[in-house]
Write a protein that binds this ligand. Structure first.
Ligand code: SF4
Length: 295
């Protein structure tokens, strides 16, 4: 069930499909990334605390047996610590069966909280932080105008996990374009290895029409990878991963071949599947291929 204070389209991770959704802020406090169309044209607006708490009370009355909650919108971790703590406390007080609360979280917002604050939020059942690392290459992040640096995101992920939170990290295949595909894959694997997130999701960049990146593609200043190159990039990324215990997913509809497994256990099997695909001569070597219809 969705409990919403605002009207623009609401986004949540696919894994939160069965969670109760409570929107406590509108939009993304950063909203600069040129590839992201989620909140373009939507002003960032956190609700006043009293309004957030009223919304939480309404939500717990509406779904009193909810076990999982996702707080929306973008980077809810950017809320003041006291506001996040009070919202979580109200959810705990109203939902006796609550097991976990999850949010989108940028690296800078996690780093703005102390270890003591992160631990207190975890005690209040904050559980999974969904972070868009996107790439492990700072020059690509700058070009994509994402206001984060790789070392901070890695540090944020490591600190959050040390405080008991679970990191679910997303990376974007194709974000370096044709020119920097290899660098993007190698640097991303290195950053992920340093962070050791418990969940890793690989999505493929699918430019959307209302974004600056779309206009760069039309102007010829950014060349997307072909379908074949996207699979090569994914293979390079997986080959470079040295993970201790991570659930790996590349099963979003944007991916050429849906894949999932556990790393390190399934690494060789995933690489074999990708090798089979690369040798099959079925991939488009001249263009990104067919765009999923709903994107
Ligand atoms: S990618 Fe994340 S941080 Fe960037 S604009 Fe979109 S929601 Fe905001």
């Amino acid at each position: 069930m969705v409990f919403d204070l605002f009207s623009p389209r609401l986004f949540r991770p696919p894994a939160e499909a069965d969670s109760m959704i409570v929107r406590v802020a509108q939009g993304c406090p950063h909203n600069t990334c040129v590839f992201c169309g989620m909140y373009k044209g939507v002003a960032y607006r956190p609700a006043p605390l009293e309004q957030m708490l009223r919304q939480v009370r309404k939500a717990v009355r509406g779904e009193p047996d909810a076990r999982r909650v996702f707080l929306a919108d973008g980077d809810v971790m950017a809320l003041e610590f006291a506001a996040l703590r009070d919202v979580l406390a109200a959810l705990n007080a109203g939902l006796p069966e609550l097991t976990r609360v999850s949010v989108y979280a940028n690296g800078s917002s996690i780093l703005a909280k102390t270890d003591e604050q992160l631990t207190e939020l975890r005690t209040l059942k904050l559980h999974t932080l969904y972070m868009g690392l996107e790439t492990g290459d700072d020059s690509i992040l700058r070009e994509m105008e994402k206001s984060e640096v790789v070392s901070d995101m890695v540090e944020a992920g490591r600190r959050a996990q040390a405080c008991g939170l679970r990191m679910s990290v997303m990376v974007l295949l194709g974000l370096g374009g044709q020119q920097r595909s290899e660098t993007h894959a190698a640097a991303t694997a290195e950053a992920i290895n340093r962070m050791q997130p418990r969940l890793l999701s690989v999505l493929r960049l699918v430019p959307t029409e209302n974004t600056p990146l779309w206009r760069r593609i039309k102007a010829g200043t950014f060349t997307p990878v072909t379908e074949y190159e996207a699979v090569c990039e994914l293979r390079r990324l997986i080959a470079g991963l040295e993970l201790q215990s991570t659930v790996f997913r590349a099963n979003h509809v944007s991916n050429v071949l849906p894949l999932e497994g556990r790393l390190p256990r399934d690494k060789a099997g995933l690489l074999a599947l990708l090798d089979g695909l690369l040798n099959s001569d079925t991939l488009d070597r001249n263009s990104p291929g067919v765009t999923p219809l709903w994107l």
